[in-house]
Design a protein around this ligand. Sequence first.
Ligand SMILES: Nc1ncnc2c1ncn2[C@@H]1O[C@H](COP(=O)(O)OP(=O)(O)OP(=O)(O)O)[C@@H](O)[C@H]1O
Ligand SMILES: [Mg+2]
Length: 257
Amino acid sequence: MESSAQPLAVEALSVRFGGLAALSDVSFTVEPGSLHALIGPNGAGKSTCLNVLSGVYAASAGSVRYGSHELTRLRPHRIAALGVARTFQNIALSPRVSVLDNLLVARHRLMRSGFLADGLKLPRARRERAEHEARVREIAELLGLTELERPVGTLSYGTRKRVELARALCAEPELLLLDEPVAGMVRDESAAMADAISRARAELGISVLLVEHDMTFVMGMADRVTVLDFGKRIADGTPATVQRDPDVLKAYLGAAA
Ligand SMILES: Nc1ncnc2c1ncn2[C@@H]1O[C@H](COP(=O)(O)OP(=O)(O)OP(=O)(O)O)[C@@H](O)[C@H]1O
Ligand SMILES: [Mg+2]
């Protein structure tokens, strides 16, 4: 599918926490429709970067442009309204609530009737809810999710992570920010997640910015890779070039030593 997404241009981005430079002068561009990976050892600044892109953290300097919009001055809900969705490093779903209801919550941004009309079961609201539910079921199916009536807390870890991905997609984003989607997964779960992300890209034409430690996963999926170490960009290129880069090898071997 042709991508409707716009380029995301991160330029000279810096984030300071008191005396700590979590990001220093970082630049990269996520091309429309591409899967761009952001990698680096623990504490490199990857989650900080996603937090700035989604409006959770403020930038100390630099800019983030999504198409013609400057994101660094916008609050999280305004960034979401531009079509940028994210998942978190730790699962943030309501465990006692069904998969379906967790996914429907993500549609409220797109609903015209609002909570009150929906709660009162007015005919127009009922029709609108049925349309949203149909779309939610479509997205769930695309990601291989069945058993939508089950409480999220009763599902396996791998399935819950896919519910989280589905919830982000239910907001109909153009750009999806994923923070460690396969962390802690066994091989089958990780393969199911790779499949889910590939299907979402093919069907929905979205761009993806992916933070992940699992190198096999990253190198198999990414069009382009940016590498951070101690808040600085140390490499940017195709998976093949980045894997051979001496600075990248040093950063990873140094981290393992
Ligand atoms: N809210 C915060 N306040 C203070 N320091 C922070 C905050 N968030 C992150 N940091 C610090 O910024 C640095 C970068 O952290 P970040 O979480 O972005 O790393 P990361 O690359 O996502 O690491 P990991 O792979 O372990 O998830 C770390 O030194 C971290 O302790
Ligand atoms: Mg992180």
